[in-house]
Design a protein around this ligand. Structure first.
Ligand code: SAH
Length: 478
């Protein structure tokens, strides 16, 4: 009877069944039965439920007439006119006898959690509009199927749903325009490689329709436009990338990245994407480097490539993201920004510090220790904001001295986070007065972020209880 067993691992055949208007019997009245009934109703099936008791949602469906109900002991005549059966009661023996009766009548049956008794399995599913991906291990490892489903869920962009709707809407027109299958396939391919998917990703539905019409009228010969996506890579831990960042990395032709973006993150990008390191190094002419970056973005986008401009943290926090955006606008290059977790947020999380803890701070100031303009130490010292200082590793003596000189208490708690979120992360807790000396003693190096303010007092405890977990963590009571 078994359709699949370890002794005869014949693969199951995946099928997508049209259940509209077809009767399906579900045996059981609990939560599992309710989920199966919900799924069947969505597929347009006529559902009959055999249950002595029904949980609330099922009962609602029964009372409103959406679902027919049978009561009493299972009877084989219940299978008359039925296309499919799901035995989902808590009573395993009942599920088995329902399965036996169904198989005797050559009706496909699924007995929940009983692969042996089932002649079909319900796969784990990922749905994006009309696109459905079904995952199954033939009942041998449901948890693995679930994992794979979760991975696909993360990987497949929600905008695919809009794409399937657009293609469904245009299907008749496309068939009429390209009657030969070969040309039709080439049209679809160029459509998928073109601008339509990208525009849908940025939720520009009107733009996507225009791009579709252009491609349609051009008969698939339209060259695709290049684009640039400014992407935040987060503080270094690949787990802190956004799903959108991951998706564009897997779609990129060219990746123009900073030095702060590590190999673990670049490894997630499409294998054959060209990688260009444009990291600025101390002592380099930054303006020349930036001009080169602009030229690279322009050159590759104009050649029709999808360029990902990948920067550490968030692309618009203390990077040159603002200038790059302006450049792209000025040259009318299609672009998009995908934010990332900036160092202040990642380092605060690593140190166990709430930057805007309402008992101590009215806000947080993101401060660059180095920059084009002189730093407003007076403002920074006087405010009741927590200071999150970027690019401060080499500037701590001047920074702490000036803050104290302008009135910030020498006893203000601080925590420096070096390589936040990375395996070699280190924390150094101190006071403003001691910050520079201790950082020097412990050779705190870039990239490091310093959090200054009462809220940092909590970092001492946090560092203490986590020092076992964090390799090389340094703690020092404030
Ligand atoms: N755009 C980035 C900041 C670029 S400026 C962002 O949003 O995070 C570079 C500075 O960021 C470094 O000097 C350091 O102060 C900080 N930084 C970046 N990554 C860091 C990390 N993993 N740990 C600590 N500081 C980091």
């Amino acid at each position: 009877m078994s359709s699949y067993s370890q002794s005869r691992p014949t693969p199951l055949l995946p099928l997508f069944i049209d259940l509209r208007g077809r009767t399906v019997l579900v045996v059981g009245g609990g939560g599992v039965a309710r989920r199966k009934v919900g799924m069947l109703l969505e597929a347009g099936a006529r559902v009959t439920v055999a249950a002595t008791t029904a949980e609330p949602t099922l009962r609602k469906w029964i009372d409103s007439g959406r679902v027919r109900r049978l009561d009493g002991a299972f009877d084989a005549t219940w299978l008359d006119d039925v296309w499919l059966v799901i035995a989902a009661s808590r009573d395993q023996a009942l599920n088995r006898s329902v399965a036996d009766a169904a198989q005797a009548r050559r009706i496909f049956v699924n007995a929940v959690d009983d692969a042996e008794a089932s002649s079909f399995h319900v796969p784990a599913r990922v749905r994006r509009g009309h696109l459905q991906v079904a995952v199954s291990t033939g009942g041998t490892a449901p948890v693995l199927a679930q994992r794979v489903r979760e991975r696909l869920e993360a990987e497949l962009d929600e905008s695919l749903s809009g794409l399937t709707h657009l293609l469904a809407r245009e299907r008749a027109r496309i068939r009429w325009r390209f009657p030969q299958t070969g040309r039709r396939r080439r049209f679809f391919q160029s459509l998928l490689d073109g601008d339509v998917p990208r525009l849908l990703r940025t939720r520009d539905h009107a733009g996507a329709q225009i791009a579709f019409d252009l491609a349609f009228n051009d008969g698939a010969s339209a060259p695709r436009n290049g684009s640039v996506t400014l992407v935040g890579a987060g503080p270094g831990d690949p787990g802190l990338l956004t799903l959108k960042a991951l998706r564009v990395l897997q779609d990129a032709d060219v990746i123009v990245h900073d030095r702060l973006v590590g190999p673990d993150i670049l490894d997630l990008a499409r294998r054959d994407a060209e990688r260009i390191d444009v990291g600025k190094r101390v002592g380099e002419d930054h303006d020349a480097t930036q001009a080169r970056i602009h030229a690279l973005l322009l050159q590759h986008a104009r050649a029709g490539r999808h360029v990902v401009r990948l920067q550490g943290g968030d692309p618009l926090v203390f990077g040159r993201g603002g200038e790059e955006l302006e450049f792209l606008r000025a040259h009318a290059i299609p672009h998009e920004v995908i934010p990332g977790i900036t160092a202040a947020l990642a380092c605060a999380a690593a140190a166990g510090v709430a930057l805007t803890d309402r008992r101590h701070a009215h806000g947080v100031t993101l401060l660059a220790a180095r920059g084009n303009a002189p730093i407003d130490y007076r403002g920074a010292a006087a405010s009741d904001h927590t200071l999150a200082v970027y690019m401060g590793a080499g500037e701590l003596p001047l920074l702490s001295q000036e803050l104290v000189r302008h009135g910030r208490a020498a006893s203000t708690p601080c925590v420096a986070v070096e390589n936040g979120s990375l395996p070699n992360q280190r924390l150094l807790a101190s006071t403003l007065a001691e910050l520079a000396t201790l950082a020097h003693e412990h050779s705190i190096r870039a990239p490091a972020l310093v959090i200054i303010g009462e809220v940092a007092a909590h970092a001492v405890q946090a560092a203490r209880c986590r020092s076992h977990a964090i390799d090389g963590a340094i703690t020092r009571a404030a």
